[in-house]
Write a protein that binds this ligand. Structure first.
Ligand SMILES: [Zn+2]
Length: 281
C-alpha cells in the first residue's frame, strides 16, 4: 500500500485520465494514419467540433449521458472506459514507482512519464488489434527510437537505471532480443507451415516493449504473453466451439502491463532464477 500523500496520487489519476483521452484520439485516428493533433475532436456523427467542456475525461460523457450535445447520437462507452483505464493505470504505475514519500523524486516522476508512454502504446495496440487486426506503426515501429531516446534520457539525464528501466544499452539489446526472437518465429512459421502464425505488427510491438524493459524484461513478457495467449485461445475455442485466431498483440500488451505493475514481486515467486535479471529488482 502506498504511503504517498493522497494529493500526489490524485495528480497521477488526473494526468492518467487526460492521457486516456489522448489514447482515444489515437485509437480512432492512427489506424487510418490521421494526425492526432489536428483537427480538434469532433462528434463522429454530426461533425460538430467539441467545446472544451464537452471534452473533459469521463465527466463530460456522464454529464451528457453518453450522447452528443448537438445531434443526440450516442457516444460509445469505450471513450470513458479508456479514460478510466488511463486514470487507473496511471495511479497503479505511480504508486509502484514512488511507493513512499522518499521515493518521490525526479527519477520516479521521469520514469512514470516514460512508462506511461509504453502503457499508452500497448492500450492503443490492444484496441486496434482486436477491432481492426492491425497494430499501427505509430505505437510500435515508429515509437522504438522514441523509447530508446527516453530510456537513454532517464539514464544519462536523471541518472536512473533500475526497475523497469534497463539503461540505454539494455534498451537497444531488449529491442533487438524481442524483435529478433519473434521475428525468427514469424519467418520460421511462414517457411515451415506456410501460414502467418503471428503478424508483423506483433514483432514490431515486442521490439518496442523490449526497448522499454530490456532483454530480461522482454523475455519475461514474451513468456507471460505466450502463456496468456495460449490460455486465452483455449478458453475462446471452448466457449465459441470453433477455431479462433487470437490477437497475440493483446496478450503481449497485457503481459507488458503486468510486468510493469507486478514484475518484481511475481517473477521471483514464479521463476526464482529470473529475479536477478530484472533491472534493479
Ligand atoms: Zn453530434
Amino acid at each position: 500500500m502506498s504511503t504517498l500523500h493522497p494529493l500526489f496520487q490524485l495528480y497521477a489519476v488526473l494526468i492518467g485520465l487526460v492521457l486516456g483521452s489522448f489514447w482515444n484520439v489515437a485509437i480512432a485516428r492512427w489506424p487510418d494514419h490521421q494526425s492526432v493533433i489536428t483537427p480538434r475532436s469532433r462528434c463522429l456523427t454530426c461533425g460538430t467540433q467539441l467545446a472544451w467542456h464537452d471534452n473533459i475525461p469521463v465527466v463530460s460523457w456522464l454529464w451528457l449521458r453518453g450522447r452528443c450535445r448537438h445531434c443526440d447520437s450516442p457516444i460509445a462507452p469505450l471513450y470513458p472506459l479508456v479514460e478510466t483505464l488511463g486514470g487507473l493505470l496511471g495511479w497503479l504505475l505511480f504508486t509502484r514507482l514512488a511507493p513512499s514519500p522518499d521515493a518521490l523524486d525526479a527519477q520516479s516522476i521521469g520514469a512514470w512519464a516514460v512508462y506511461m508512454m509504453l502503457i499508452g502504446c500497448v492500450v492503443i495496440a490492444t484496441y486496434t488489434d482486436v477491432r481492426h487486426r492491425i497494430i499501427p506503426d505509430e505505437v510500435s515501429l515508429y515509437a522504438i527510437p522514441v523509447a530508446l531516446g527516453l530510456v537513454a534520457l532517464l539514464e544519462l539525464g536523471l541518472g536512473f537505471v533500475g526497475f523497469p528501466s534497463p539503461g540505454w544499452q539494455g534498451a537497444v539489446l531488449g529491442a533487438a532480443a524481442g524483435g529478433g526472437f519473434l521475428g525468427a518465429v514469424y519467418v520460421a512459421a511462414r517457411v515451415i507451415t506456410g501460414e502467418y502464425a503471428l503478424g508483423l505488427g506483433d514483432v514490431k510491438l515486442i521490439a518496442l516493449i523490449g526497448a522499454f524493459v530490456g532483454p530480461a524484461g522482454v523475455m519475461i513478457v514474451l513468456l507471460l504473453g505466450s502463456l496468456l495467449g495460449s490460455v486465452g485461445t483455449l478458453i475462446a475455442t471452448v466457449i465459441l466451439c470453433r477455431r479462433v485466431y487470437p490477437p497475440f498483440g493483446v496478450a503481449l500488451a497485457a503481459a507488458a502491463v503486468a510486468y510493469l505493475l507486478w514484475g518484481p514481486e511475481v517473477v521471483p515467486a514464479v521463476v526464482p532464477g529470473l529475479a536477478r535479471f530484472i533491472p534493479g529488482g
